[in-house]
Design a protein around this ligand. Structure first.
Ligand code: HEM
Length: 448
């Protein structure tokens, strides 16, 4: 079968279906609506080319598994990342990807994530203490701040202050990437608007800070110090000659991890808090299981229900519900002939949210989606998300820390909760009301 034989939405001349996809700011909903109308595999038009959208398990599995040799990330997105000066693991392909994946896997090993646990708990505790002085909070802003502190701490060993200029620089980079992905015309290749110039300056500032930190990390490794975070792990491998690195690899990978880890995890935890606010009985169950302050990663293993809440939230609100890829050569999957370079949008969690009941218990005995619908919030195959354990750790810790300290309720004063997509899907208008948990007030031992 040819792509032209697939059903699909009516397209406009030149721009095709791209404006319709991004018009409401929620492309995942548009994909869902088109899927309901045109079936599990359909075509859409992007400027200058046809694209395929699929939620067919067989196609998804083939595409994700046969990387990097037969399929790659959609080159348009990879080009945008490179143009911005943040080339790293996410946009790398072929041998370059194999090498960078090895480097990233080393730096993100459980050993360094455990070693950075203090950074994660300090960031969560700081947030809890700030929230103690407020009765209503803007969840998304606070979660972006939390996940950025964790990402920067874990990758660079750098503790972000509230007034740290790096915050503004990284925000500029995220915003620019989001804006360019949704832009039908790559205008910045010809005209630099003030926002593009700010992004250039932001990248340059971030690069120079990472370089400075790496030079220092390398010096400490030469002095015989033990590695304790992503950057020192890379420096150690370089110094020992196990994985010689150039500065561009280091800077690109640090930026990649920060960019790939901040929005996705912040969006995900914001939805977790949204679900908890709507389900007071789930907060109670978390309080019953999180009876002591969480001071070591091993304590998280006991928080089975809390982690189930995180999975149930991701089932209902997948942070990255779709991803684009393309074949590196002409190919045929499930009988469909697909020319090289055709954009292939796959639905990562298609249909997993059909049952809208919030029931975390379903996760206590393993993955309830197994063998049913494709449910791949972190992708799959050789390029699955290397930040999965970190993201689950950050979310479980945050849910437990907040439920121990507060009773959380919706604050409807901001308007009805909606959604918007940047790099990930975020709730909009999400404010929550907080009141201290009674037993924490009565028993000073439980105040921590
Ligand atoms: C809830 C949080 C997160 C979600 C939902 C998420 C989701 C994803 C998905 C769907 C992919 C594509 C996987 C594939 O192609 O098969 C991915 C890749 C990636 N993620 Fe995450 N992610 C999250 C958090 C993180 C964090 C915390 C980090 C960094 C520490 C991170 C770093 C990366 C990187 C570097 C890649 C590219 C891997 C490669 O191409 O080899 N992610 N993520």
């Amino acid at each position: 079968m040819e792509i032209s034989e697939l059903p699909g939405p009516r397209r406009l001349p030149l721009v095709g279906n791209l404006p319709a996809l991004f018009a409401r700011g929620t492309p995942h909903r548009v994909f869902q609506e088109w899927g309901a109308r045109y079936g599990t595999t359909y075509r859409m038009r992007m400027p200058g080319r046809d694209a395929v959208v699929t939620s067919e398990p067989e196609m998804i599995e083939t595409i994700l598994r046969e990387r990097p040799d037969s399929f790659r990330r959609f080159s348009l997105v990879s080009d945008l990342i490179r143009e911005l000066g943040a080339h790293g693991l996410f946009d790398a392909e072929g041998e370059d990807w194999r090498r960078l994946r090895r480097v990233a896997t080393r730096g993100l090993s459980a050993r360094y994530i455990r070693a950075s646990f203090g950074t994660i708990t300090r960031a969560a505790d700081r947030l809890r203490d700030r929230w103690r002085t407020q009765t209503s909070v803007d969840v998304v802003e606070e979660m972006l701040s939390y996940t950025l502190e964790v990402s920067v701490g874990l990758t660079m060993g750098h503790e972000l202050r509230d007034d740290d200029r790096l915050r503004g620089h990284l925000k500029e980079v995220f915003n620019t990437l989001g804006r360019r992905i949704a832009s039908p015309v790559p205008y910045w290749r010809w005209v630099r608007l003030p926002a593009d110039r700010r992004a250039d300056e932001a990248i340059a500032a971030a690069r120079s800070l990472i370089t400075e930190k790496y030079v220092d990390a390398r010096r400490r490794m030469l002095d015989g110090e033990e590695p304790a975070d992503f950057l020192t792990a890379l420096a150690k491998a370089d110094v020992d000659g196990e994985d010689p690195l150039n500065l561009d690899d280091v800077v690109g990978n640090v930026l990649t991890l920060v960019v790939a880890g901040e929005d996705t995890t912040a969006g995900m935890i914001s939805w977790v808090l949204h679900c908890l606010a709507a389900h007071p009985q789930a907060q109670e169950r978390i309080r019953a299981e999180a009876t002591a302050p969480i001071t070591a990663p091993s304590a998280l293993a006991a928080l089975r229900y809390t982690e189930a809440v995180v999975h149930e939230t991701m089932r209902l609100y997948p942070p990255t519900p779709y991803f684009p890829f393309e074949p590196v050569a002409d190919t045929t999957i499930a009988g469909l002939r697909i020319p090289r370079g055709t954009p292939l949008w796959i639905m990562m969690t298609h249909g997993a949210d059909k049952d809208r009941e919030f029931r975390p218990e379903r996760w206590l005995d393993g993955n309830p989606m197994e063998g049913r619908q494709p449910y791949l919030p972190f992708g799959s195959g050789p390029r699955f998300c290397p930040g999965r354990s970190l993201a689950l750790m950050e979310a479980t810790l945050m849910a437990a820390t907040l439920c121990r300290a507060f009773v959380v309720e919706p604050d409807p004063s901001a308007g009805p909760v909606g959604e918007k997509v940047t790099f990930a899907v975020f709730p909009t208008n999400l404010r929550l009301r907080l009141s201290p948990v009674k037993r924490a007030v009565e028993d000073p031992a439980l105040r921590a």
